[in-house]
Design a protein around this ligand. Structure first.
Ligand code: FCB
Length: 452
């Protein structure tokens, strides 16, 4: 056993997202979100599941906070549901919506848990989708107004802010493949959505920076993976470059440098296909962030696939790679490789926080009620060891949030795929910490991981 000690002050936390855990979708003036609508669309979600009740965290947050406190976690990353604050995405704040998050923040602080607020984790007010959603430029300005409402209510107690979670998934899965809300499959809309999300990030940063008398730590979370061609054949290598560009650099370059990468612009139809970009947008998107949030789950293996979409790049699973219950390859060293690569490619990379990492497995409940989720525990241990290696190799990583605190509504997969370190029985909503929770708590307390 080697003990790998993390730097002093390293942040250990758990992450969730509003629509995945809250439930209470019609309570206290919350308006419908695109996910409520999508869940009501036949065939959109496995088993016809919906987030109507989810983990009922809207009511049960004291219990969830007690669980985190018991594990010794220092931070909770959660998102605010925009339609709780503005039911239709515009106008004055709904005080009951703000009060909920205010109580949540107070309860966290009372336990010494630092709140990390994500302003947008995909639950757009449906009324804004009705007028174009993220494909419409106006949505970015509405986001800035919403951000200001949340900041003014919570900013006296919350100092860690993330504008957006995974804008790539919001645009590409929401508007480009239609597997997520709002279920649109249209490259033109997808490209606009990407741009307007990046603009919203920039406008949101401006709001957070301008808040009088505050000293916020603010950034954005991107989902990033090393992208590997399945063979050395030039066609596969080129396909991997295109996919990496479209999935990662399309977001990373605007955020870090205020520009779209030239090769990706070419891949997506050239400058004429970006005619919605206005002067100053990219400068806003590229305003300095205090940190980059990185969500890491897997390596992505790519093969050239003629005729498949505009990029002609298919994600494949090489033989023999172990996978999780959602068929994502288990690649702990991919995390080290990703972080070391980011630091090398971007000498001015801001400090990094791993804002999500974790795995779905088909958990079994033992006769004694316990969940011995050895596979998840091993997954976490392996990734934490790889993370530590990246730190040793000089990458400035300052914290790690496990995805996720609780089994929850896993988007199009519904409730069948369980990512939690705490089991949720969806009949009783009872929470049972799994073995991985005890493991993660021991890591957080020791600020170290034991490597087998
Ligand atoms: C990420 C999402 C998160 C969760 C995990 C498994 O893409 O940010 O909400 O669904 O994947």
């Amino acid at each position: 056993m080697t003990s790998r000690q993390f730097p002093h002050g390293f942040v250990w936390g758990a992450a969730t997202a509003s629509y995945q855990v809250e439930g209470a979708v019609t309570e206290d003036g919350r308006g419908p979100s695109i996910w409520d609508t999508f869940c009501a669309t036949p065939g959109a979600i496995a088993n016809g599941d919906t987030g109507e009740v989810a983990c009922d965290q809207y009511h049960r947050y004291p219990e969830d906070i007690a669980l985190m406190a018991g594990l010794g976690l220092g931070a909770y990353r959660f998102s605010v549901a925009w339609p709780r604050i503005q039911a239709t995405g515009t106008g004055p704040a709904n005080p009951k919506g703000l009060d909920h998050y205010s109580r949540l923040v107070d309860a966290l602080l009372a336990e010494g848990i630092t709140p990390w607020v994500t302003l947008y984790h995909w639950d757009l007010p449906q009324a804004l989708q009705d007028v174009g959603g993220w494909a419409a430029r106006d949505t970015a300005y509405r986001f800035a107004e919403y951000a200001a409402l949340v900041e003014s209510a919570l900013g006296d107690r919350v100092s860690h802010w993330t504008t957006l979670n995974e804008p790539k998934v919001a645009s590409h899965a929401g508007y480009g493949s239609g597997i997520h809300a709002p279920g649109i499959d249209d490259l033109g809309q997808r490209m606009r959505a990407t741009h307007h999300l990046l603009l919203a990030h920039g406008l949101g940063m401006e709001v957070l920076r301008a808040a009088p008398g505050r000293d916020h730590t603010a950034g954005i979370t991107l989902d990033l993976s090393p992208v590997v061609p399945v063979t050395d054949a030039p066609a596969d290598v080129a396909a991997a470059r295109r996919l990496d560009g479209d999935s990662h650099r399309l977001f990373l370059d605007p955020v870090l440098y205020g520009r779209y990468p030239a090769d990706v612009v070419d891949d997506l139809g050239g400058p004429a296909a970006f005619d919605f970009v206005q002067d100053g947008d990219l400068e806003l998107a590229g305003a300095p962030v205090d940190f980059l949030g990185v969500n890491y789950y897997r390596r992505i293996f790519v093969r050239h696939s003629p005729g498949e979409g505009r990029l002609e790049a298919a994600t494949v699973l090489p033989d023999g790679v172990p996978v999780t219950a959602v068929d994502w390859p288990v690649e702990p060293d991919g995390l080290r490789e990703l972080l070391v690569g980011l630091a090398k490619d971007h000498p001015s990379l801001p400090p990094v926080f791993i804002t999500e990492n974790g795995a779905a497995f088909d958990d079994e409940v033992s006769p004694d009620g316990a969940v011995h989720d050895q596979q998840r525990l091993d997954y976490l241990r392996g990734h934490l060891a790889a993370l530590h290696q990246a730190v040793e190799e000089g990458v400035d990583v300052r914290g790690y949030f496990v995805w996720t605190l609780l089994d929850n509504f896993e988007w199009a997969e519904g409730f069948a795929k369980r990512f939690g370190i705490v089991r949720v029985d969806y009949d009783t909503l009872r929470r049972t910490p799994k073995d991985s929770a005890a493991f993660f708590g021991s890591v957080a307390r020791a600020n170290a991981v034991e490597e087998a």
